[in-house]
Design a protein around this ligand. Structure first.
Ligand SMILES: [Zn+2]
Length: 209
């Protein structure tokens, strides 16, 4: 079992290598490594990220086969199947770190803001199910006067949406609550910058890490 603090340190190190263009992903994805993993896996972290093609979790953390249990959905929203996926990995593989990773310029967040501002409407019921999950966390920002600065609004909305998903995972499942209470499971929020490649962890970081 890899403790949450150690897993977080690995991700931070990996992102540092990624930003410095010193990635080791080729050896991390070698045939030998793939073969060794056939017998089983012990991913060090669960990452709930956005489906955006510019935010591949393994690459931005410079991780390879078997390192991350990744769930990707537009807007990194939490629906029952995402909670179930986190429960599965945390219970089955004893993974102790969960990272909800949003990113700058997230299209799902921007689409939700446009709808709230009356500039667009979502026709598809399926797409609406994503917008509806983003909406509650970003709606208060418009009331708070953030709308005057569009860039700041998107920035704040991305983080508010990550915080909402973190909160949902911390409080939306008896199993996860128990793992947090008794087994050292930690859920943190993070944001990936498309502009710099840097991942900033900003919510729920354990003391001393
Ligand atoms: Zn996105």
């Amino acid at each position: 079992m890899i403790p949450a603090g150690e897993a977080l340190a690995r991700l931070r190190e990996g992102n540092r290598r990624f930003v410095a263009n010193q990635t080791t992903a080729t050896e991390l994805s070698s045939h030998a490594r793939r073969t060794a993993l056939v017998a089983g896996q012990e991913p060090c972290a669960i990452v709930l990220g956005c489906s955006d093609s510019r935010v591949p979790a393994e690459l931005v953390f410079d991780q390879g086969f078997g390192d991350l249990f990744v769930i990707r959905v537009a807007g990194n929203v939490v629906a029952p199947s995402q909670v179930g996926s986190v429960e599965f990995a945390a219970a089955r593989y004893s993974t102790r770190l969960v990272v909800v990773m949003g990113h700058s310029q997230c299209g799902a967040v921007i689409a939700t803001l446009e709808e709230l501002l009356g500039r667009a409407t979502t026709q598809s019921r399926n797409l609406r199910s994503i917008v509806d999950r983003v909406r509650p966390s970003v709606e208060p920002l418009l009331l708070g006067g953030d709308a005057a600065d569009p860039d700041a609004l998107v920035r704040d909305a991305v983080r508010a949406n990550v915080r909402a998903s973190v909160d949902h995972l911390r409080h939306g499942s008896e199993l996860l609550e128990q793992l947090i209470r008794e087994e050292g499971l930690v859920v943190v929020g993070a944001e990936y910058s498309l502009e710099t490649g840097v991942v900033t962890f900003f919510d729920g970081i354990p003391d001393g890490t």
